[in-house]
Structures are given as C-alpha cells and as structure tokens.
Design a protein around this ligand. Structure first.
Ligand code: GLU
Length: 293
C-alpha cells in the first residue's frame, strides 16, 4: 500500500483595507509584507474590502484602493470579498452568541457612558485608550430590554466578556510568527477590553465580529497586519473560540511615521500613495523605499 503523504493546509494570507480614505505608505508596507510572506510560503493572497462602516466608507475610496494596489503591481487570488454584502451573516452570528447569553443589548449613548465614567477618579481604559464600558446594561432585565427594543429604542450589542472568558475555559492565545519564520505562543488578555461592541446601531456587526468570521470563512491561515491591531487580536481569539472557528497565525508589522514622528493615518490625512504618484514617485521607488526590491 502506498504511503499517503500528510495533507497540509495551503497558506492563505489576506490584505483587508477599509475604504474610508486613500492608502498611504503604511498600507503599502502591509500589503507588500503579505505578498512577500505569501510568496515565501507558497501561499495565496486574498483581498477583502472591510466596508461595514457605512458612514465613512465610500465606493470612490474602494476604487482608489484598487487603483493603488494595481499600480503597486499586486495581484490577488480568488474573488474579492466585500463585507457590506454579508452583513446578515455577521448579524446571524451575533444572534447565536446572544442566544447563549454571551451578548447583551446596550442602550447607553456615548454621553451616558462618559458621564458614568466621569464619576470615578481612575477609570480603566482599554488597550486603545477608550474607557471600559461600565456595564450599565449588562444586568438589564431581558423582558425590559425586549420591550425597549420593541419600542424602537436604538441599541447596540456587547459581548459579556467575563462570561465569554468563562465559557472558553479561561485561557486563550495564538501563535505569532516573524518574517524569519520564528514562532512564539502569545497569551491573550481579552479582559483588558471589557464588554466590547459586537454589533453597532447603524450596522448589525463590528470590525471584531466580521474579521473573526471572515478570516475563518476565507480559510485565512496567516494574518499579517499592523501593530496597532495586535491588542485587538485578543478579542478575535475569544470570538474564534466561542464560534468554533480556527485561529490563524499572526504577524504584526511596525507602523510607519512621517518626518514629524506622527504615525501615518488616514484620519491625519497622511500623504497618500495617490499623492506620491502625482508627484512622480514610481511604484518601484515605493518598493525600494520600503525594502521590497
Ligand atoms: N480593515 C482594517 C484596516 O484597514 C484592517 C483589519 C485587519 O487587517 O484585520 O485598518
């Protein structure tokens, strides 16, 4: 009998920009790192458009992103996944978690949270620096909550983090890898985030929920993204465990700063790839500047 060779999952990488502005050099670093690692491991590279933020995402930004990526010479495998086309499937996952008592409706406005938090001297903040949700609606009677929702009161859905951690058995973590292929285990600290929002008022999902579901659905094995999303990965591993999804391996690349030392950011209107192109900079020069020759 011929010995069958073991079947290894093909590595799958993804670049997942949000079309809420134009790409800058930091995005070029991110997508080129994905491309390099996918090539090195003989894997595929997918493109996902994370456009669930209906107030900030615009079709013209998506068109601009596609233009910038083509200009950089990137080719993606498979069909592009656009999150706005799958909102119902994310909402359904949120409902499943809610049915297990892991998610609860929250009626607090930003102002109400601000006021509650202001009453305390040293209120804890999450890893992004936002005050932890004080838990006001966590103990809300389900019948009362249902009546308020029935009356049309705006609400969002929050993950009951303590309960979620209990359900997954306390510990969670993931494997981080570097560009040299070294791996290390990372213990997640999801409690630092408190009861994060899983579904918003305007759209019944969130970045955390959609990203956890899509990485699994697209068979992503290696997530390569900026260090600004390293801490949030602790939320994603909890959601993966709760939803029975696999946990990919993670690599977090450094963030780029401008000449004043400020982190490049769309919100700060950092010079975009389109601006650089208009100044006559070539894609080859961008690759060289970021050490991708
Ligand atoms: N959509 C996110 C962004 O543009 C990236 C999310 C991710 O890579 O997980 O910052």
């Amino acid at each position: 009998m011929a010995a069958s060779s073991p079947v290894f999952a093909e590595p799958v990488f993804r670049f997942a920009p949000s079309p809420n502005g134009r790409l800058h050099l930091g995005h070029a670093l991110s997508v080129l790192t994905n491309e390099r690692l996918a090539h090195k491991l003989g894997g595929r590279l997918l493109l996902r458009i994370e456009d669930i933020d209906i107030t900030r995402c615009k079709p013209e930004f998506e068109a601009g992103i596609r233009e910038d990526l083509a200009w950089l010479g990137l080719r993606f495998d498979g069909a592009v996944r656009r999150q706005s086309e799958h909102v119902e499937s994310y909402a359904e996952a949120a409902r499943r978690l809610q049915a297990r008592g892991l998610v609860y409706p929250c009626f607090c406005s930003r102002q109400v949270i601000k006021r509650a938090v202001a009453l305390h001297k040293a209120w804890r903040v999450d890893p992004d620096g936002a005050p932890l949700y004080p838990g006001t609606c966590r103990a809300c009677d389900p019948a009362e909550a249902a009546a308020r929702i029935g009356a049309g009161e705006p609400h969002l859905l929050r993950l009951a983090m303590d309960r979620a951690i209990e359900v997954i058995g306390g510990a969670a973590g993931y494997v981080a890898f570097d560009e040299a292929g070294q791996e290390r285990s990372v213990a997640a600290e999801p409690a630092d985030w408190g009861d994060v929002v899983l579904a918003r008022k305007e759209v019944p999902t969130s970045y955390h929920l959609s990203v956890a579901l899509d990485d699994a659905l697209q068979g992503v094995t290696h997530v390569v993204r900026g260090r600004d999303l390293e801490a949030a990965t602790d939320i994603h591993v909890v959601l993966q465990r709760l939803l029975g999804l696999p946990t990919p391996r993670y690599h977090f690349h450094p963030l780029l700063s401008d000449e004043t030392g400020q982190k490049l950011a769309k919100s700060r209107l950092s010079e975009s790839l389109a601006d650089l192109r208009a100044r006559g900079v070539t894609a080859a020069e961008i690759r060289a500047q970021l050490s991708f020759d």
